[in-house]
Design a protein. Structure first.
Ligand SMILES: [Zn+2]
Length: 195
């Protein structure tokens, strides 16, 4: 039987609010030497978690308090904002694949142990779909492909320029930010499909 079960073509959505990933160096500058993040809850991607800790972030134009830190610590500090957040802060971060912070704007971060000014690290995450190699085969795509995604409902729309990320460690999920989620009127857990 070649007909695919329609259910299998759907991808759950995860809508990400603004958040911070910290390097070990920056974690210790903000929270103290030897500090370890405390897990508040697991995220859908294996090994990733929302920590109990938050930081305040600010520019000369604006600030956000209590921005959630996601663990574990990473090689480079990265602050992921929506474009609406960036407007409020008066900065112009690039739309980027996670992990690529070269040439991005910096920001001031305030933690309980100190305040740091980082010279780069603020990005708007490029929307993407995490999937396993088995998912990729099922969808007929490969790592770094760019696809269109159909969202149904009151604000039904097709999202273009969606990056496919394939890794054995991933769980199937499309990640969008709050601007994108609101534009399509979709919430975490709702389903979309590759067009
Ligand atoms: Zn993601």
């Amino acid at each position: 039987m070649t007909e695919m079960n329609t259910n299998e073509t759907f991808i759950p959505v995860g809508v990400s609010g603004r958040h911070v990933h910290l390097s070990r160096e920056h974690l210790e500058a903000l929270f103290g030497q030897g500090y370890e993040l405390k897990k508040m809850k697991d995220l859908s991607q294996p090994g990733q978690f929302a920590s109990e800790e938050t930081v305040d972030i600010m520019t000369t134009k604006g600030a956000f308090t209590r921005v959630r830190i996601l663990g574990p610590v990473r090689k480079d500090t990265q602050i992921e904002l929506s474009l609406s957040d960036a407007v409020k802060l008066g900065i112009n971060p690039p739309i980027r694949d996670s992990g690529n912070v070269t040439g991005s704007p910096g920001i001031v971060m305030v933690g309980p142990n100190g305040t740091i000014t980082i010279d780069k690290g603020v990005i708007v995450a490029l929307r993407h779909i995490h999937m396993t190699p088995a998912d990729a085969e099922r969808f007929g795509v490969k790592d770094k492909d760019v696809v269109n995604v159909e969202c149904c409902g009151e604000r039904a729309m097709t999202m273009g320029q969606v990056l496919v990320r394939v890794n054995e460690q991933f769980a199937l999920e499309m990640h969008v930010d709050t601007d994108e989620g609101n534009a399509a009127c979709i919430k975490t857990g709702q389903k979309v499909r590759i067009a």
